[in-house]
Ligand binder design. Structure first.
Ligand SMILES: NC(=O)c1ccc[n+]([C@@H]2O[C@H](COP(=O)([O-])OP(=O)(O)OC[C@H]3O[C@@H](n4cnc5c(N)ncnc54)[C@H](OP(=O)(O)O)[C@@H]3O)[C@@H](O)[C@H]2O)c1
Length: 359
């Protein structure tokens, strides 16, 4: 190696050391700091000092420790509702089902299949169907539609009793017809009960319009969206013909979407929550939360069941993920107890606006 090459490598290494940031998660809720030797960027997302009133949100940028940008503002805390806000949707806790704005009936609890693949996925879906679960949530992105289709075909449960949701991914939006055909082929269960757009993205309206054609032909029954919030819905809804029947978003006691849920429900669009237990890596902290454990003891159930029941009482459909037959069964047993209004408020008060995934 020549002396010149060594000097270049040295300069590049020093440059990288100065520029590449290391992320740190701060212990105050959702704040994250990206720090390099040269600069630091803090994405602030924490309860403000007057914890009851709201959150501090924004960015702080420092170069050599000197603050050059700070737009942190306080946002108001929204106290969560303790009932649902649908206008004419029948969210029926006795029948354990909801009649969607598309006219189809959907169960209030299901199995989420993110990160379940191969035999584990097949066994989890079979176990869920044996435990009485009739709603299965999957996606092109999860890479498990084939296993799910096979478990459904192999089960003794009639196809029409099972409600299958799948999603197409933004990378597929420029050719939605082939994305939909692929989902139909992989699942191989005659029709898809509901198809969602997984995230907002380029060509999302085009993809949705293609899904509308499949509703007309009867290959898809209902349509919905995932990871759409108020602004995105305001922009999207006027551009499509079939109103979405459902929006699936991240919802758990630490990230409650208390402003978004009533907005969506007021449109008579059913809300479905993903990561009910906070998602993998966060479940133990959430399921051991003192308030939830105490409420669980009051009803002789688990903290997991309390979270699911809290969702249901707010009119939110639940799709907990599990590959453990005991948990799958436990997650269906959420109709024989009722949280009091005071307990609902205690859980609402746990909100930290702490998102556990990027979308
Ligand atoms: N639309 C989107 O962008 C999006 C994003 C993420 C997820 N999702 C959907 O939402 C579903 C739910 O999310 P998730 O599965 O990632 O996370 P989750 O439901 O919040 O948590 C799943 C974890 O909880 C554990 N668990 C389940 N039941 C339990 C119980 N009764 N007691 C104790 N632990 C329990 C599971 O472990 P065991 O396997 O041991 O039970 C698993 O580790 C996904 O499967 C997917 O269908 C959608």
């Amino acid at each position: 190696m020549t002396r010149k090459t060594k000097i270049v490598i040295f300069i590049v290494l020093i440059g990288l050391l100065l520029l590449i940031p290391i992320p740190f998660k701060l212990k105050d809720g959702g704040s994250i700091k990206f720090k390099s030797a040269l600069y630091e960027i803090t994405k602030v997302h924490k309860l403000n000092s007057n914890a009851e009133s709201g959150y501090d949100n924004g960015l702080i940028i420092k170069i050599f420790g000197i603050k050059i940008f700070d737009n942190v503002k306080e946002s108001k805390k929204v106290e969560g509702n303790i009932t649902s806000n649908y206008k004419s949707i029948n969210f029926d806790l006795d029948k354990k089902e909801v009649t969607l704005n598309s006219g189809y009936v959907m169960p209030l609890n299901g199995l989420g299949t993110y990160s379940l693949t191969g035999d584990t996925c097949y066994e989890a879906v079979s176990s869920a169907l044996n435990s009485g679960v009739r709603l299965i949530d999957t996606a092109y992105m999860y890479g498990n539609e084939e296993e799910i289709g096979r478990a459904i075909r192999d089960s003794k449960v009639p196809r029409e009793e099972i409600f299958v949701i799948t999603k197409i991914y933004p990378s597929q939006y420029d050719n939605p017809e082939s994305a939909i055909e692929l989902a139909l082929k992989k699942l191989d269960i005659d029709y898809i009960d509901m198809m969602l757009l997984h995230h907002p993205g380029t060509n999302d309206v085009k993809a949705y319009k293609e899904m509308e054609k499949y509703v007309e032909s009867g290959k898809i029954c209902s349509l919905g969206l995932s990871n759409w919030y108020i602004e995105e819905l305001e922009d999207f809804l006027p551009k499509v013909s079939i109103k979405p029947a459902l929006v699936q978003n991240e919802i758990h006691p630490y990230y409650q979407e208390n402003d978004v849920i009533p907005y969506i429900q007021n449109l008579d669009i059913v809300v479905q929550g993903w990561y009910p237990f906070g998602g993998r890596g966060y479940t133990s902290e959430l399921l051991n939360n003192e308030t939830l454990v105490k409420i669980a003891k009051n009803h002789n159930v688990s903290a997991a069941q309390v979270i699911l029941r809290w969702n249901l009482q707010k009119g939110v459909v639940v799709i907990p993920g599990s590959s453990n037959p005991k948990h799958i069964k436990e997650n269906t047993d959420i109709y024989s107890f009722k949280l009091t209004d005071a307990e609902m408020r205690q859980i609402n008060a746990l909100d930290r606006n702490e998102k556990h995934d990027w979308y």
